[in-house]
Design a protein around this ligand. Structure first.
Ligand SMILES: NC(=O)c1ccc[n+]([C@@H]2O[C@H](COP(=O)([O-])OP(=O)(O)OC[C@H]3O[C@@H](n4cnc5c(N)ncnc54)[C@H](O)[C@@H]3O)[C@@H](O)[C@H]2O)c1
Length: 321
């Protein structure tokens, strides 16, 4: 990224997986940026994810649904990127309430304050899951939303509200919908860390159904570059898909991981499918291509380095997995 601008940025959910990678990305690409991270530190948010950059950012522990905290931290920030969310589909099936609260009410609370503070740019991080499943072809940004889980439905609610603030109040909102991310610091309830950690422990690797469900895997570094670009040059009101073209079935993914770790396929264990499990996600990403972005990380390389990160950082996951 070549642009340099005076960036006072509020990053909510910056202690989670994508958020902490984004904080590092911004500090690398815009070393003079003023970053304030607001994070509730739920089970998924960990302050140690920011250890490396702790002296270069301001951190506030707090809830995006708490309007007093949001009112205290947002003034002075001209950019907001909202990563804060309840993000695990299985948890949304067993306890949907937290998802509706954070992923809808939390977004509303941020938008209201952003409107009051006249924030210059507000990026709402949404997900490809808002489209639902696609057996053939790929979703474009113009396709209808058809979410399947309380997680994706709450994310759809949050992003629609964000877009309405552009149309109604002229707030400069942009929405990103990315495919499944992978990389370092992902909480060990998500598929890739689950598989790697089970394999390291020589335990059965749980595969939903027949393992034929397909996901498009995007390296978190590619996503962070895309979000930075949108923050800089995205068009207000725009929705931007961020995909990678790395469509892999869950069973293929598990086999790739086992192969890289020199573990036997006999560790694969098929378990009952998730209710409402979307079969396949697939995106086209013309809007961001026009801004000059394309994914850079080859899936085989990114997967290998991610597996190696979990192997080398046992202390990070051992007590939470
Ligand atoms: N991980 C993916 O593959 C993926 C793909 C597409 C979109 N997304 C979206 O990207 C964003 C980040 O995802 P992630 O995987 O990093 O999630 P994560 O679960 O790892 O991190 C979420 C962060 O938000 C914080 N948080 C949760 N509730 C909060 C609240 N009420 N107030 C303040 N902070 C709160 C948590 O403490 C945590 O630090 C989410 O909005 C998610 O919907 C994720």
């Amino acid at each position: 990224m070549t642009e340099v601008f005076d960036l006072h940025i509020l990053i909510t959910g910056g202690a989670g997986f994508i958020g902490c990678n984004f904080v590092r990305h911004i500090l690398k690409e815009h070393p003079d940026a003023d970053i304030l991270v607001l994070d509730k530190l739920t089970y998924a948010g960990r302050l140690e994810n920011l250890d490396e950059v702790r002296d270069r950012i301001e951190f506030v522990k707090g809830d995006i649904c708490d309007k007093d905290i949001v009112h205290k931290v947002m003034p002075g920030c001209d950019h907001v990127v909202n990563f804060a969310a309840e993000s695990h589909v299985d948890r949304s099936i067993s306890s949907p309430e937290d998802f509706v609260r954070t992923d809808v009410l939390g977004v509303f609370t941020l938008l209201e304050e952003a409107r009051r503070c006249d924030v210059k740019r507000f990026v709402q991080i949404s997900t490809d899951e808002v489209y639902g499943s696609k057996v053939e072809g790929s979703f474009s940004e113009l396709d209808t939303l058809d979410p399947s889980s309380p997680y994706s439905a709450s994310k759809a609610g949050g992003e629609l509200l964000a877009r309405s603030y552009f149309k109604t109040y002229g707030l400069s909102v942009m929405v990103t919908r990315s495919s499944n991310n992978y990389g370092p610091f992902q909480y060990p309830e998500k598929l890739i860390p689950v598989l790697v950690i089970k394999a390291l422990r020589d335990q059965p690797l749980p595969i939903y159904g027949k393992g034929t469900n397909v996901r498009d895997w995007l390296h978190v570094d590619d996503n962070c570059r895309a979000i930075d670009l949108i923050l800089n040059r995205g068009e207000p009101g725009q929705v931007v898909n961020i995909g990678s073209g790395n469509e892999v079935s869950n069973i293929e993914l598990a086999k790739m991981i086992l192969k890289h770790m020199n573990k036997p396929e006999s560790l694969l264990s098929y378990v009952a499918d998730r209710p409402g499990h979307d079969f396949r996600y697939s995106l086209s990403w013309d809007n961001i291509s026009r801004l000059g972005w394309s994914p850079r990380v080859r899936f085989e390389d990114g997967l290998r380095s991610t597996v190696d990160w979990y192997v080398s950082n046992k202390a990070w996951w051992d007590t939470i997995a």
